[in-house]
Ligand binder design. Structure first.
Ligand SMILES: Nc1ncnc2c1ncn2[C@@H]1O[C@H](COP(=O)(O)OP(=O)(O)OP(=O)(O)O)[C@@H](O)[C@H]1O
Ligand SMILES: [Mg+2]
Length: 238
């Protein structure tokens, strides 16, 4: 589950300290999905970075996968990022000198040997599920934007994280491929009881989630696309 209370954030350099997030309250129940909409620059990535424990410079309270992030030391936060959260970056963060498969397996680099063997198998399976079977050994430079994006998604899912934070996961994909990825995410949510928060501009992605929010002028507005604002009640494990 994701719980945010009274979250505010300003970048010192941005517009003389303009607040990007202003008193945000947000809950995504365990085992449910939510979409975070908002125009470019609205603060979606900023919010996801905070939830993923990547940005510690904010006011307010943030709890993700049972951990309150404030006041945690480096080691605890690294463990949190490694074990609890699958983060899919908007700009993918793939390492150019590693193959698609090895990029996915980056998420496994601190695992024990037996676990790494399982991960290797799952990495191939995930690459196949995102439509990249046979492309495992290619370097990111040989992949299209949408293909790189799918490698990044496979990496985020490798360790069956309890919380998945996906920043524009379908931004470079055609509608059919985007749809397929959403189906994959929905299945993983069902099978693993994961919690999913997706930042997206894509209404067709947003309408597949249990709940929608919109960032506007630093504020978070509820039920942004309207038709199902009350979905997303508690179900599934914590
Ligand atoms: N590191 C930074 N330093 C200063 N300002 C920043 C920084 N990162 C983001 N900003 C500013 O904060 C605001 C929100 O940025 P953010 O990346 O969160 O938006 P976004 O909603 O993800 O946009 P997009 O849809 O284009 O990805 C923008 O005005 C941006 O210029
Ligand atoms: Mg962004």
């Amino acid at each position: 589950m994701i719980r945010v209370a009274g979250l505010s954030k300003r970048y010192p350099a941005a517009g003389g300290g303009r607040r990007v997030l202003e008193q945000i309250d947000l809950t995504v129940a365990a085992g449910t999905s939510a979409a975070l909409l908002g125009t470019s620059g609205a603060g979606k990535t900023t919010l996801l970075n905070i939830l993923g424990g990547l940005d510690l410079d904010y006011q307010g309270e943030v709890e993700v996968a049972g951990l309150r992030l404030r006041g945690r030391g480096d080691r605890e936060l690294s463990r949190f990022r490694r074990d609890c959260v699958g983060f899919m970056f908007q700009d993918f963060h793939l390492l150019e000198h590693l193959s698609a498969l090895d990029n996915v397996l980056l998420a496994s680099r601190f695992a024990a040997a037996a676990e790494r063997r399982q991960h290797a198998e799952r990495a191939r399976q995930l690459l196949s599920e995102v439509g990249l079977a046979g492309r495992e050994d290619e370097l990111p430079g040989a992949l299209s934007g949408g293909e790189r994006q799918r490698v990044a998604l496979a990496r985020a899912l490798l360790r069956r994280p309890r919380v998945i934070l996906a920043d524009e996961p379908t931004g470079n994909l055609d509608p059919v491929t985007g749809q397929r990825l959403m189906e994959l995410l929905a299945r993983l949510l069902r099978d693993d009881g994961a919690t999913l928060l997706i930042a997206t501009h894509d209404e067709s992605v947003a309408c597949r989630t249990d709940r929608r929010w919109r960032l506007e002028g630093g504020r978070l507005l509820d039920g942004a696309t309207g038709d199902n604002p009350d979905a997303g009640g508690a179900r599934g494990p914590a």
